[in-house]
Design a protein around this ligand. Sequence first.
Ligand code: ADP
Ligand code: MG
Length: 676
Amino acid sequence: MNLLSPLERVKGIGEKTGAQFTLAGLRTVDDLIHFLPRAYEDFSHVTKIIDIHPGKATIQARCEKITTRPVRRGLRITTATLTDATGKLQAVWFNQPYREAQLKAGDEFYFSGEFEFNYNRYQLTNPSAEKVSDMPVQTDRILPTYRSIKGLKTTLVRKILAELRPLMGMLSETLPAAVVKSEGLISHSQALLNMHFPESLESLEQARERLAFEELFELLLASQLNRQENAKLVGWHIPFNQSVVKQFVEKLPFELTGAQRLAAWEILQDFEHQVPMNRLLQGDVGSGKTVVAGLAARQAAHEGFQTALMAPTEILASQHAETLQNLLAPFGVTVGLLTGSVKGAARKHLYSAIAEGGVQVIVGTHALIQESVNFHRLGFVVIDEQHRFGVKQRQELLNKSEHMPHLLAMTATPIPRSLALTVYGELDISVLNELPKGRKPIETKIWSPNSRAQLYPLIDVELAAGRQAYVICSLIDENPENELKSVQAEFKKLQNSIFKHRRIGLLHGKLKTDEKEAVMQQFVRGELDILVSTSVVEVGVDVPNATVMLIEDADRFGLSQLHQLRGRVGRSVHQSYCYLITSTSAKPSTRLKEIERSNDGFYLAEVDLKLRGPGEIYGRAQHGALNLQIATLADTKMIARAQRAAKAFVGSGSDLLQYKELAIRVHQYQRLTTLN
Ligand code: ADP
Ligand code: MG
């Protein structure tokens, strides 16, 4: 038997058990060895009966008397009197009559179970029992518990792993020896032994440290190697032209913030290098990312390069097209919009204009990555709300240029720094941590559902002053029919009674694209006072005159989604308001309280990370694949440590291929996380 043997070959696994493991994705011995415990119960201290306290306990005792009686149909209770040199106690098992046969022999056993008050007395409930003369597997140790596998008892998993213990001792080292040594880590093999058979809490801690390091090291090594490979690429050289940039800035209706200037400067610097830019522009909602991208696009166009900007929704794409049109038209730069709803002759015409360089900035949805789109000297690619796209879509767009274009990925979902290192380890990062001047912090308030009558008049005051409002309805479950109903019902309700005198629009994902577009345009032009919508407006939409964001069933949204939605207001000098109506009058969740308390997206991102974990937040497409079992992306210190080690490894010029297993996993990561 070796690591690659199918589990059926292991003693104690029959065909049926094997099939059960297979269903859980565990096929080989190696798979099971790397199936790590989910938690532990400490049964490692043998207690004398005289010293026993309520809670988990292990005793070493003999069975004095044991009987089983039926209590009712389907329930048989086995009770035993256990004794050691210090005293007696009672143990009880439900529906385990075989205990009689097991314990009658008169040997000494370890019993591990919960000592608790039941049926008017203290007793040991359902303890596992093992002969003292055997190697204990189920008692008298820190007991691992495993993610439950249908049809398999955790005791069976423990038993099989005990069979595999000798093999675990022979596992080869996966990390370079120099790294293991300089980091003071235990070996891979020892770490797995410790995970499955911890001898102490310290040995468990060492195992976790080793395995967490290993996971993060692989991940960060992958991003270091991607960086290295990126540095070998030859891209477009786009020289910086001060007067071009100056003119652009002077024509703006506002002054750039310091953070915008710095980000723009970093981008223009990158443009001058032959190595293609690989940069993430992180900015809180409303921090003004678009104009930064616009400035860079202006510089690119001046040097004869095309810019492509890809946005996740049509609404957003057309809004960006309009914004960029306004920013760039004064300089004779033409902007085209390519979405699914540009059809027929218009589309053909646009295709050829793109191919001939007749348009310099092309804004679109994923329509941009279709085969029939051919660019002309595509030098700069901007991906807005980049977490909405998969790695593959980004790559497809980048591949449309004869040289690797400069890439600017933008996101309004701020990411804690530690996380940015791992999830976006190969990117340079620019941060817009400053809102434009004159913005007033949005006032956020949680309202219970039965206080609506007081809330609506407050909103009407805003509308009377010429402002606009969003009313967002949740997607109650993933069922679009349901979503439709709730948003339509709300629309009718407001239209027919409370806001009879106002102009109300309805927006949801089931409308045809041109219908969506039309409603959105009406709202943008101020022809609607209220927009009742699903969360399709969540991403990026910019209507500065809107000052009220009312969110129904707010507790059904995630923290960053709420922050995004709220970010639709507070985009001008007017005071803005965000009202969060809960679906029940129960006490509001931590999430809602945090969002009520803070307007700072970076702070909320930290909170969100703590509450939900990174997988939920940063999208399965990027994160699910990371498949971290032990490491958590919230462990800043470990991330920094693994980052240093990965850099040192790459810097030392060591050959990764020397470490076969490591190389395979790192290459997998490289493919999953690269942007090139
Ligand atoms: P986001 O970063 O959320 O994508 P946008 O790029 O949509 O933000 O910009 C938000 C709004 O702020 C837009 O209406 C934009 O014109 C405006 N804006 C951007 N920069 C500034 C600035 N420096 N001063 C004033 N307003 C600005
Ligand atoms: Mg935006």
